[in-house]
Write a protein that binds this ligand. Structure first.
Ligand code: PMP
Length: 382
């Protein structure tokens, strides 16, 4: 039955983590997987999440199924968090469905688009991007097209390419955009550039799929990080899909807490779309996991808990910024060739150093390069 199954090499990011775990070097650092670490190098349970967890445990938890669309309080609070209360107040034009974190949200939106569009539109994906974007949409049968997003020489947004792709794409195409903290470049359009992107998308009838995996993690300010989402939906009145993840901004990586929020043109379309999402969810996972959604719902549920979360967001984004600055200063101090200003201009979880593959190999396997075995290397790079 399965002789036709092809051997698929392990996922690059998870394979790197497996390699990291096997590496006996005491000074190793895992720079691949996007998971926040505290100053001791350990995973950080956010104080807001810890408090919510304690509150839930004190109330007594059961392990009943959630409804197919997910936990109602969580769905509503997640949508309001991403869209802001002004847009959320028109919620009769929204379809909201809890998902298996951000990846599950992307997959659900892919299924929904597949159900509603004939022939299948092309999906435009920035290059570089999070490695799973292509896989999720290709596995659903979409034709994916990469467009140059980053100018590797100048270490900044490839703005000309972005504009020409928007202008040249077939009307009705889908664009996947990172709402903020672009993975892996840490380089986002400015507000003025987002406005320009919005104008073209509106004029050319392109569909926008926001991958919102870092809201609040980027700048420490949710409203700032949700600017593009709110501009497209609230001001330009465009239909759009928002794939929200609470993996990074609440540190709920393994709990798989996410949400699909569809902003639609009418109450009827929203009602029908939500019912279609419900049917798709039923056939995929029956109903989503409860524990993480309950935690997120408590965190988002009161002004007091939210304030604690906002402080946590500032802690994570602030520390990430400090790390970026220290790396910049250390590279300058040790006379590393090249310019490193781009490190300080980037934001979010990722620092895109712009090292050549050869240098990356040497850093990953210092024993492969004799001059890197000496103590001076470790004092600088360790
Ligand atoms: N989108 C982007 C841009 C990401 O970086 C990630 C996680 N690395 C995700 C989506 C999905 O994450 P998750 O499924 O864990 O929410």
């Amino acid at each position: 039955w399965f002789a036709a199954a092809e051997y698929v090499p392990p996922d690059a990011i998870f394979a790197l983590t497996a390699q990291y775990l096997k590496d006996p070097c005491p000074l190793k650092v895992n720079l691949g997987q996007g998971t926040y670490r505290d100053h001791t190098g350990k995973p950080w349970v956010l104080p807001s999440v810890r408090q919510a967890r304690e509150q839930l445990l004190a109330q007594g938890l059961d392990h009943e199924y959630l409804p197919i669309l997910g936990l109602r309080d969580f769905r509503e609070r997640a949508a309001e968090t991403a869209l802001g209360s002004a847009i959320y107040s028109g919620r009769e034009k929204l379809a909201i469905c809890q998902s298996l974190s951000g990846t599950g949200a992307l997959h659900l939106v892919g299924l929904l688009l597949k159900k509603c569009q004939r022939p299948l539109p092309k999906v435009y994906i920035p290059e570089p991007t999070w490695s799973n974007h292509h896989q999720v949409f290709r596995s659903l049968g979409f034709q994916c097209e990469s467009f140059s997003y980053y100018d590797y020489e100048r270490m900044r947004l490839d703005w000309d390419s972005y504009l020409s792709v928007l202008d040249g794409a077939e009307a009705g195409s889908i664009f996947i955009v990172h709402a903020c903290a672009h993975n892996p470049t840490g380089c986002d359009p400015s507000k003025a550039q987002w406005r320009e992107v919005g104008q073209i998308m509106k004029r050319r009838s392109l569909f926008l799929l926001f991958d919102a995996a870092y809201l609040g993690f980027n700048s420490g300010d949710l409203d700032e990080d949700a600017f593009a989402i709110r501009h497209f939906i609230g001001e330009l009145k465009l239909e759009a899909a928002v794939c929200v993840s609470f993996a990074k901004n609440m540190g709920l990586y393994g709990e798989r807490v996410g949400c699909v929020v569809m902003a639609l043109n009418s109450h009827v379309i929203a009602r029908n779309t939500q019912s279609t999402l419900e049917m798709l969810q039923r056939s995929e996972v029956s109903n989503p996991p409860a524990f993480g959604a309950k935690i997120a719902s408590v965190v988002l549920g009161s002004e007091k808990q939210r304030r604690t979360w906002y402080t946590d967001l500032k802690t994570m984004s602030g520390r990430t910024r400090e790390m970026r600055e220290s790396l910049h200063d250390a590279l300058i101090a040790c006379g590393a060739p090249g310019t490193w200003d781009h490190l300080k201009q980037q934001s979010g979880m990722f620092g895109f150093l712009g090292l050549s593959p050869e240098v990356v190999t040497i850093l990953r396997e210092p024993s492969s390069s004799s001059h890197l075995r000496d103590a001076q290397f470790y004092s600088v790079y360790g």
